[in-house]
Ligand binder design. Sequence first.
Ligand SMILES: NC(=O)c1ccc[n+]([C@@H]2O[C@H](COP(=O)([O-])OP(=O)(O)OC[C@H]3O[C@@H](n4cnc5c(N)ncnc54)[C@H](OP(=O)(O)O)[C@@H]3O)[C@@H](O)[C@H]2O)c1
Length: 236
Amino acid sequence: MNKKVALITGAYKGIGLEIARQLGQQGIIVLLGARSISKAQEAADVLRKEQIEACGVELDVTDGNHIRSVADLIKLEYGRLDILVNNAGVYLDHLGNTPDVMRSSFEVNVFGPQALSEALLPLLKASPAGRIVNQSSILASLGTLLSNEMYGSRSAPAYTTSKAAMNAWTVQLSISLRDTNVKVNACHPGWVKTDMGGESAPMEVSEGAETAVWLATLPADGPTGGFYHKQEALPW
Ligand SMILES: NC(=O)c1ccc[n+]([C@@H]2O[C@H](COP(=O)([O-])OP(=O)(O)OC[C@H]3O[C@@H](n4cnc5c(N)ncnc54)[C@H](OP(=O)(O)O)[C@@H]3O)[C@@H](O)[C@H]2O)c1
């Protein structure tokens, strides 16, 4: 198999689908993860009509059985994985400031990506250019929350702390993979028009996918262990 293979989580809609599209347009085989297999397959059908090699996979990132099945499928069907984009995420703070909301947010935004990455590391390490991209948010930047009135004006403890934990884990994982070909970075897509970002967001998904796509296709001398938006490093 000469073509690169990428897995994108939460990829049947929004920024995830657009990341898959833009990676596919570069000739990369894209596997679209979604909790619903039918939604994953429908999204893959859309991309295939655009001449992109795409396949839908059932993947709830909080489900260990799904993670194991996807890892086995990739190994058997493709024999390689070059790119993992941990894009699936939830913003649940509107449900209240409760331990359950905090726990559920960490399950999807932190523990899921961590378990999935661990399961896929053997394949990523075997790639000549393994790349892990963690879809974070500017709201994870503690420095920004404290210094920027707009970002600091709204309280969202579950989202911000889970994405900040994702950022801290990104750094830890990059340290543990320092002697490998695998680069790990976190990114902020921008404020993007999606179900999560809402209609008033200024950015379209095509622009929102750009940072993750750049990090997913970094050259060998590209950065690792960073937090980026549009190729600019962001404060932690
Ligand atoms: N839009 C923005 O302005 C913005 C800004 C900063 C960061 N982000 C980040 O960008 C990422 C994509 O968000 P988006 O804006 O494209 O929002 P979106 O359209 O709501 O997409 C979120 C995706 O995550 C999936 N997801 C949720 N829980 C999951 C789970 N347990 N397992 C697998 N998939 C799950 C959703 O699938 P279901 O429909 O099945 O739940 C959906 O496909 C998120 O990580 C978000 O935090 C977005």
